[in-house]
Design a binder for this molecule. Sequence first.
Ligand code: BF8
Ligand code: SF4
Length: 650
Amino acid sequence: MAEEKPKKVLNYRDLSICESTITMLQKMADDGVENAFTRAADMKACPIGADSACCKHCFMGPCRLNSKDPYSKVGVCGATIDTIAARNFARMVASGASAHTDHGMGILDAFRGIVTGKIQDFKIKDEEKLRSVAESIDIETAGRDSMEIAKELYTALEGTYTQVEGEIPFAKRVPAKTLELWRKYDLVPRGAMREIMEIMHRTHMGVDQDYENIVRQCSRTALSDGWGGSMVATELSDIMFGTPKPLVAGVNMGTLKEDMVNICVHGHEPLLFESMIDSANDLANIDKAIAAGAKGINLVGMCCSGAEVLARHGIPHAGNFMSTETVVATGAVDAMAVDVQCIMQALGTVAKCYGTRFFTTNRRARIDGAIHIEYDDHHGRQCTDQVVDMAIERFKNRPAKVTIPSRVDMGIHGFSHEYVNYMLGGTFRGSYVPLNDNIINGRIRGVAGVVGCTNPRVKHDYVHVELVKELIKNNVLVVQTGCSQISLAKAGLMKPDAAVLAGEGLQEVCETVGMPPVLSLGSCVDNSRILIACAEMVKMGGLGNSISDLPVAGCAPEYMSEKAISIGQYFVASGVYTVFGVTFPSVQGTKFHKHLFEDLEEMGLGKWGFAIDPYDIAHLMISHIDKKRMALGIMGERERKLFSMEDRRA
Ligand code: BF8
Ligand code: SF4
C-alpha cells in the first residue's frame, strides 16, 4: 500500500498578513478542518493550464502544447498556441461577462417589477440619480413624473442585454474619441446576450482561428459587461437602494458579536442583502432574538455583497474572499446566506464543522449540503425572515466554541463617482475640474484603480496593501472596489489620517478635502463607477481627448476569478493600462501574448501588464502614468525630481 504523503507544515504568517485570518487558520488546524490555503498548498497549480497551453474544445483532444517551446506543436486540428490561448481567454471573458451581466439582469428584473407595480418591497429611492442616468442616455426628464421616466429607462436599458444590432445605451457615456476608435475597430457592443453567444460560437472547434479577430470579440464582449451589464447593475442599484455617500464603517472579524445573533450575507446581488437588512431591523425579529438570550441581531457582509452594502449603508464587513472560510471558523456565525459567485463549495463543509446554518437562496446556485430557501424579489422577506428564525435557533444552541478575533478597522467607505464630483468641487461647483487641476499641477500624479480578489497562490492581502502604499507614496490617488478594498480597509488606509503615508502633493489634497488617499467605491460591478469617473475626467478637459490619454492605470494583483479577466479586458479596451498579478493565462513570447501586452496599445486602446511583486507592479503603473503625463505635457520639474530613480533606490 502506498504510504500517505505527509502534509506540508505551513507557517500561517507566510500565507496572509491579516491577523484575524492567521488566528483562525491556526484554529482550523487545531480543529483538523481544511481550507483553501491548506488545499492550495497540497495542490500544485497545473503548469500547462496556468500557461493556457491546453485545449479541450473538442474530443479529438484534449491537446497539450509545450509552453517552453510553444510553436513546436499544434493541436490535432492544427490549432496553434495563439488560437488555443486566445480561445481560452475568450471563454474566460465570456464567463466573467456573463456573471456580471446576469447579475445586472437580476437587478433589471427587480426594476421591472417596480415599474410594473408587481414588486412592493423595493421602490425608487434616489430620484435624482434616476433623472441623471436617464438624461445620460438622452431620455427627456423635464416636467415628467418619475415613474414615467423609470418606465422609459427600463425599456432602454433592456437593450443592454437583448439588442441584436446597434450600440448599447451606455455607449452614449463614452468619450467621443474613445467611441470613435471603438467604431473604427468594430468594438462597440450590441446586447450582451448576443456578444456572449457569439464568443461561445467563435470559440467552438473550427470557427474563429485568428487570435486578433478573437481578441476583438473579447473586447466587444467585455465592453458589454463594463459599459453594459455591470453599469446597469450599479446604476439601477443606486436608483433602488440609494447612491453611496461616504460613511464610517467597520471591517474585520471583530464585527461579529458573541452576544448577538450573527448573520452573514455572502455573494453578489444586493437584493438578498437589502431584504435581509429589513428582516434584521424588524422589531418582531429583534424581540425573538432577545427572547432567545441575545442582545440583538448583528448583520455582517462578506465579499462583494458585503462591499456593496458597506458602501451604501455602512453595514460592517467581516472579510474578503480568502477569509470566507476562516470567518465561519469563529463559530460565531449563526447563519450564512449566499446567492451567487465566489462562494467556495467548501463553505458547506466548514459550516457543518462549526454548526453554522448555511443557506443557498438563488435558483442559479445550489450547493450540496446547504439548506435551500429560494429568494424571490416579489416576497423576499419570506426567505430572509426564515433565515433569521433559523439563525436565532442556532444561537440558542450554539454547538461550537466561539472565538472571535477582536479587531475592527474603522474607515470611510462609499465614494461614488457622484460624490467624488461633489467632494472635490464643493456644493456649488460640483465637478471633476479640481481633480483634473490637481493632476495637471502635479499634486496628484495620476489615478490608479486597484481592485479584485484575494488568492491563496499569493500572500493574502499583502500584494494589495504594499502595492497601494507604494502608489500613494508616489502621489497616485487610489480608487478601489471588491475584495481589494477590504484588504486596504484592514490595513487602515481608508482613514483620512492615512494621508501621512501619501506623497507630499497627494497628502496636501487629502488634507484640504478631508479625504483618505484610498477611496472605496463598492463591489466589483461598481468598477463601472471608475469607467464613469474616467469619462468625466476626459470630458472636463485638460487631460487629453480619450480615456487612453489619461494618466491612469488599473490593477488586480491577487485576482482569481474569470470576472477579473472580463474587467481587465474592458479596462484595456476602454484605454487603460491594466496590470494583473499571480499568473497570466498566456505564454510569453507568443503572438497572442504580444497582442495583449503591446499591439492593443498601438491601436490606441489600453494594454495588459503582468508582475507578481507589489513594488514591480506599482512601478509599472507609475511609469505608465508618467508616460501619459509626458505626452500631455504636464510632466513638470517638480515631479521629475520627486520620482527620480535615485529616490526610488533610496
Ligand atoms: O466580484 S473581488 S473574490 S467577491 S471576483 Fe469574488 Fe474577486 Fe472578491 Fe466579488 Ni470580484
Ligand atoms: Fe485539440 Fe483542436 Fe480539439 Fe482543441 S479543438 S482539443 S486543439 S483538436
